[in-house]
Ligand binder design. Structure first.
Ligand code: AMP
Length: 403
């Protein structure tokens, strides 16, 4: 059964005046190369230095309309190469003037750093200055950079509004506005801030909007703030999710820890685990319990200081830390390669969240395992998830319940 794909055309109505181009990966022989696109020399060199030879499906789909100056509305996930998909045309179009020419809005600080890193890589040799502005850090460094001149700003909406209010950031001459993970920004409560920011930008702008799903507000953004955008839906989760072995385990709440520990052997020494819990306090508690059991595990949630979050993510990314326990929000948009197991210690509360979570594993053609604990009260959630993902989600029995 092929129900794993979040096929946007059937699940979400396409807004009017939108051209839809659903693209799936072409076989290798037909794949275009970056050098087939009219990109500037130094940008092609930076792309090559980054080690990219072929555009990913989303990149191949959005490059032509974006290089033509069109607006696009893209449905693609983190991990699809979407940052470079909007970054390459942006960098190709801007010249280093020190006047903000593009602004990228992202939901979280982590994504802000990740997007900035990727853009910096691609902007090598272009002379463009990129600045990330997000909350939880001091503003002084950002003031200094803004005074010196910045070409591309990557920011969370709240902090961007702060800067606009203080007059330290001008966006009245931007040529390009990018909204990354618009649905996530809506969930976090940034809808109003985003519209305020959009209204401060020139009408003559190119607007790129990315969102995995299309709630009403996102559809309204498309209608209000975009000009006949090209709609591109990439079924990237399909490829990812299809290679994830998905199992669920019925477990009494009080047995969850023991149930989890009983998988130690199955996980093996090289496993890299991402464990989701619903509440910050649950994340902290499990981190303590696992540490007590001798695991190298750390917590990641929005209640932690930014410096601690950054340190934890870096340790997890470079392999020093094998087990990360996180809330949904903290893990949003994280691009960490080589996660072998995603464990829903607390079940996700809707199918979209489930797909987002398990899409963290099995990146880049690797296989992964997603395990979901189903507690006494979780059956309605399980049913909703099963209805969306189908038979690939299989029941299994915890080793502690096998006799
Ligand atoms: P993103 O979806 O933007 O978070 O990107 C996911 C990962 O894919 C990042 O680590 C990128 O550096 C990498 N990436 C982006 N474009 C390409 C490409 N054309 N070829 C290989 N890797 C890429």
């Amino acid at each position: 059964m092929d129900t794993l794909t979040l096929t946007p055309e059937s699940d979400f109505p396409t807004p009017p005046e939108t051209t839809t181009a659903t693209t799936t990966a072409a076989p290798p022989a037909e794949r275009p190369r970056f050098s087939d696109f009219p990109l500037r020399e130094e940008l092609l060199r930076a792309i090559e230095a980054a080690g990219y030879t072929h555009p990913t499906p989303i990149q191949a789909a959005v490059l032509p309309p974006l290089l033509d100056g069109r607006d696009i509305f893209g449905q693609a996930q983190t991990g699809s190469g979407k940052t470079a998909a909007f970054g390459i045309p942006t960098i190709n179009r801007l010249r280093p003037t020190g006047v903000v020419g593009a602004i990228v809005l992202v939901p979280t600080r982590e994504l802000c750093r990740q997007v900035t890193d990727e853009l910096e890589k691609l902007a090598q040799g272009s002379g463009l200055h990129i600045l990330s502005v997000y909350g939880g850090t001091r503003m002084r460094g950002q003031f200094t950079a803004l005074e010196r001149g910045v070409d591309i700003v990557v920011g969370t909406p709240g902090r961007v509004i702060d800067h606009l209010g203080r007059g330290t950031l001008q966006i009245d001459r931007v040529k390009i506005v990018i909204l990354d993970e618009a649905d996530e920004m809506l969930d976090i409560g940034f809808a109003e801030d985003i519209e305020r920011i959009l209204r401060r930008t020139p009408r003559e702008r190119q607007t790129m909007l990315f969102s995995a799903t299309m709630p009403g507000w996102v559809q309204r953004l498309v209608r209000r703030y975009q000009r006949s955008p090209v709609h591109i839906a990439i079924e990237s989760e399909h490829a990812t999710v299809a290679t994830v072995a998905q199992r669920y385990y019925e477990v009494a709440e009080r047995d969850k820890l023991e149930g989890f520990l009983s998988f130690e052997e199955e996980f093996g020494r090289d496993a890299r685990l991402l464990i989701f819990r619903r509440m910050q306090v649950g994340v902290d508690r499990l981190a303590q319990q696992l540490t007590r059991e001798g695991w190298l595990a750390q917590a990641l949630h929005g209640g932690m200081a930014q410096a601690d979050r950054t340190r934890t993510i870096d340790a997890y990314r470079n392999g020093d830390l094998r087990v990360l326990i996180a809330t949904n929000v903290a893990a949003r948009g994280l691009d960490i390669p080589d996660i072998t197991h995603v464990i829903n210690y607390d079940i996700p509360q809707n199918p979209e969240e489930y797909i987002h979570r398990i899409g963290r594993t099995a990146r880049a053609g690797k296989t992964g395992v997603a395990m979901t604990f189903v507690g006494e009260w979780d059956y309605p959630y399980l049913e909703a998830i099963k209805a969306q993902v189908g038979d690939v989600l299989q029941p299994a029995t915890l080793p502690i319940y096998q006799r």
